[in-house]
Design a protein around this ligand. Structure first.
Ligand SMILES: C[S@@+](CC[C@H](N)C(=O)[O-])C[C@H]1O[C@@H](n2cnc3c(N)ncnc32)[C@H](O)[C@@H]1O
Length: 256
C-alpha cells in the first residue's frame, strides 16, 4: 500500500513554547508588546528585578499595561459612545494628557477601532516636562492647551504628577463630560490629596473644628465612581511581585 507523507501544512501545529522569565523580561522592553497579566506575573522573580525594570531611567514604567486591562478599558469606552451620543460622524474624543510615551493611547485606540471602527478618536498629549521617551505619537501640549485644542468629551490622566493637580482645569473645560484618573488614588503619589481626590486629612490642623468639607470635584458638579472591575486588572510600579493593589481607575463624571 502506498504511504503518503504528510506535508508540513497538514502536521498538527506545535504548541508555542512558553517563554522563560528572562526571555519575557527582555520582550517586555519592546513597546509594541502588550503582555498578558500572567506574563507580567511570570517575568519577575523578586523585588530587585522588579525595581530595576520599573525604575529604569530610560524607560520608566508607571502603569504596567496589560492585555486584560486594556480590553476592559476599551469595553468601558465603547459604552460611552452610546451614552454620550457619539457616532462615526461625531466620534467620541478621548484626550490623554501627560501621556508620557504614548503607549496607553496607542493600545486604547487600537482596541477601540476593533470594537467600534471610526467612532472614537484618542489623542495623546504631554507637556514634555519630564522628557520621557516617546514610543508612539504624542503631541507636545500642556494639559490646558490640549483641552483648548481638542474640546474632549473624556480626558484620561495616567499617573498625574504628585501634588500637581490638573483636575480643576479639566473640570473647567466645558466639553468634558467625564475624566478618568489611573494610578495611585487618595493618599497616594498621584495628584493632590485634596484638590484631586478630596481627601481632607492634609488640611486638618489643631484649630480645625472638623466641619464638613466638600471635595473640590463635588463642588464643581462631578461625581466619583471607583471602577473596581478595571482596577482589579491593574499592575503598577509601586506594587511588588505577587501583590497588585496600588493602582486604581477612577471616573469623575459631570452631573446632569
Ligand atoms: C508620571 S509621568 C506619567 C506618564 C504616563 N502617563 C504614564 O502613565 O506612564 C507624568 C507625565 O506628565 C507630564 N506632565 C507634567 N505636567 C504636565 C502638564 N501640565 N501638562 C501635560 N503634561 C504634563 C510629564 O511630562 C510626564 O510625561
Amino acid at each position: 500500500m502506498l504511504k503518503f507523507e504528510k506535508s508540513p501544512s497538514e502536521e498538527s501545529p506545535q504548541p508555542e513554547r512558553e517563554l522563560t522569565p528572562d526571555e519575557l523580561r527582555k520582550k517586555l522592553r519592546d513597546p509594541n508588546f502588550l503582555p498578558s497579566h500572567k506574563e507580567i506575573r511570570k517575568a519577575f522573580a523578586d523585588w530587585e528585578q522588579w525595581m530595576e525594570f520599573c525604575f529604569d531611567k530610560e524607560n520608566p514604567v508607571f502603569e504596567f499595561l496589560n492585555e486584560e486591562y486594556l480590553n476592559a478599558l476599551a469595553d468601558y469606552f465603547v459604552g460611552k459612545i452610546q451614552e454620550y451620543g457619539a457616532s462615526e460622524e461625531k466620534p467620541l474624543v478621548i484626550l490623554e494628557i501627560g501621556a508620557g510615551n504614548g503607549r496607553l493611547s496607542h493600545f486604547l485606540q487600537q482596541k477601540l477601532e476593533e470594537r467600534a471602527p471610526g467612532q472614537t478618536k484618542v489623542v495623546a498629549t504631554d507637556s514634555g516636562e519630564w522628557r520621557l521617551k516617546r514610543d508612539f505619537p504624542v503631541e507636545q501640549l500642556k494639559h490646558d492647551e490640549a483641552m483648548k485644542k481638542y474640546s474632549p468629551d473624556i480626558v484620561i490622566v495616567s499617573w498625574m504628577p504628585y501634588l500637581q493637580d490638573s483636575s480643576k482645569d479639566i473640570r473647567k473645560c466645558p466639553s468634558v463630560k467625564e475624566y478618568i484618573l489611573i494610578g495611585e488614588t487618595d493618599g497616594g503619589c498621584c495628584g493632590d490629596p485634596w484638590e484631586t481626590w478630596g481627601q481632607p486629612w492634609l488640611l486638618w490642623d489643631e484649630d480645625d473644628e472638623g466641619g464638613e468639607k466638600i471635595p473640590p470635584y463635588e463642588a464643581d458638579g462631578f461625581e466619583r465612581e471607583d471602577l473596581d472591575e478595571l482596577s482589579d486588572l491593574q499592575i503598577c510600579r509601586t506594587d511588588e511581585p505577587g501583590r497588585y493593589r496600588h493602582s486604581r481607575t477612577v471616573s469623575f463624571k459631570r452631573k446632569k
